[in-house]
Design a protein around this ligand. Structure first.
Ligand SMILES: Cc1ncc(COP(=O)(O)O)c(C=O)c1O
Length: 449
């Protein structure tokens, strides 16, 4: 057992001061039993205050795609700060980099003709909702079960009603206390704002739209549900959303908060080839700085001005965030996308290595993935194959996965719940080999006990 004495002591102090941590999304702490306090980081390796070293695959839940302490990135930020303030005032003073960054986004993201900057993914989603409502003059949002779009009232509940196919109004269902996103203190009216439909169900989608299109302002979704085991869209599902949005003038809004820059500089829309009207991007777009963005076709984005949509924010487009975001793109573009190739090589080695280990130990394993992110789902069959619904993942053994994750931590590898694994540009093939050795040991301990 690793020595966690200092982290344990700090955990006591922390818990006295913070009733619920920082981001207290019902993210289980059972792998650590206490909070880990970090002393420093070197590339993909973090060192805690007890001197334990770990390869980390948390990626800060998405932002650290470029990798920790990229030297060129850090140098560029330092040079910028020698000359500039961190923020100049979002409606008063600008730097030329605002324009350069917007031009880069327009160049790379298929739907982008105009952009708007803000700070978090949650904020970008709220702006997208305002744009859609102002553009269409309608109120309801179509979202999908198991999708996450931030912690605010109008998007947090993604429970599909049991009778969704026949319900007169298929608004969000009741959240149960056991739901990951269960939350008290929400507006009692939040459920009315959205229709929440089952992901990948063509029939329900078509029938709800046929019946209610006059009420629907937008459809907002992650193209691959990175927050839920990377469930992919069934072939044709995104195209069906596109078709229905076109037919009824509904705003098609792709949530690229995780997928933006991670799946490529064109995001999920570039990777999958289906272009929305607007999209929301955050996390990986600024090399680890808080920064988010809405981008989209002029027809929709111009609503911000034409319809006087208030999207204020003191730090919107703050100079340091713009600089970080611009430098991040330049580094991701560099050497013909070398960072993406590195991420792909490490990811492939890890995914095939896990499958080989599952074969060695005679256990079922399914790996679901998108570029730069994957889940290691012991108990489900199928190897490295996309899954579309939870039915495809029958047998998934969550207690086993959680135990595996704990064992991995003991050996110096950190991943997220459900073995969600984020790869960054600072992971190396050596890191992958070390991780697989640790996984081998962990499985041997678990299965031979
Ligand atoms: C797909 C998606 N949308 C929106 C959000 C909200 O972003 P933020 O946590 O930056 O507010 C998240 C956060 O995890 C997300 O994964």
């Amino acid at each position: 057992m690793k020595d966690y004495t200092n982290s344990e002591e700090l955990t006591k102090q922390f818990n006295e001061l913070f009733p619920a941590g920082h981001s207290n999304l019902n993210m289980s702490l059972e792998a650590t039993e206490h909070r880990l306090f970090i002393d420093h980081v070197e590339k993909a390796h973090v060192f805690d205050v007890d001197g334990n070293e770990y390869i980390e695959y948390n990626g800060a839940m998405g932002p650290m795609f470029l990798g920790h302490k990229n030297e060129e990135f850090m140098e560029s930020v330092k040079t910028f700060l020698d000359k500039h303030a961190t923020v100049y005032g979002s409606s008063l003073l600008y730097t030329e980099e605002d324009i350069k960054l917007a031009q880069k986004i327009v160049e790379h993201v298929p739907c982008a003709e105009q952009v708007k900057f803000c700070l978090s993914g949650s904020e970008a989603v709220q702006m997208a909702i305002r744009i859609a409502r102002a553009y269409t003059g309608r109120n309801r949002i179509i979202r999908f079960g198991m999708h996450y779009h931030g912690w605010l009232d109008n998007v947090i509940n993604s429970v599909v009603k049991e009778d969704v196919a026949t319900a007169e109004t298929p608004t969000a269902g009741e959240m149960l206390k056991t739901d990951t996103h269960y939350c008290e203190g929400m507006s009692p009216w939040q459920q009315e704002e959205s229709f929440v439909l089952p992901w990948n169900d063509f029939e329900v989608l078509e029938s709800v739209i046929e019946k209610h299109h006059n009420e629907i302002a937008m459809m907002h979704f992650e193209a691959i549900i990175c927050n839920t085991l990377c469930l992919s869209p069934k072939p044709g599902f995104l195209e069906k959303i596109r078709e229905l949005c076109d037919k009824y003038d509904i705003v098609m809004s792709m949530d690229e908060v995780i997928t933006g820059w991670r799946l490529g500089l064109g995001g999920a829309q570039g990777y999958l080839g289906v272009v929305p009207d607007i999209c929301t991007m955050a996390k990986a777009i600024a090399g680890g700085y808080p920064f988010s963005c809405i981008a989209g076709k002029k027809k929709y984005m111009s609503t911000l001005k034409n319809k006087q949509i208030l999207t204020a924010g003191t730090f919107n487009g703050y100079a340091l965030g713009v600089h970080a975001s611009l430098k991040n793109i330049e580094l991701l573009e560099a050497n013909a996308g070398a960072v993406y190739k590195q991420v792909e090589a490490v990811q492939n080695r890890l995914m095939t290595g896990y499958v080989e280990l599952a074969e060695k130990y005679g256990i079922d394993l399914r790996i679901t993935y998108a570029p730069g992110i994957f889940f290691v789902l012991f108990g489900a069959k199928g190897g490295i194959t996309p899954a579309y619904t939870m039915d495809n993942l029958e047998g998934i053994n969550r207690p086993f996965i959680n135990q595996f994750r704990k064992e991995m931590q003991e050996e110096g590898v950190l991943t997220m719940p459900n073995m969600r694994t984020y790869i960054s540009g600072s992971h190396t093939i050596e890191d992958a080999e070390f991780t697989l050795k640790v996984a081998d040991k962990a499985l041997a301990r678990m299965l031979n006990n």
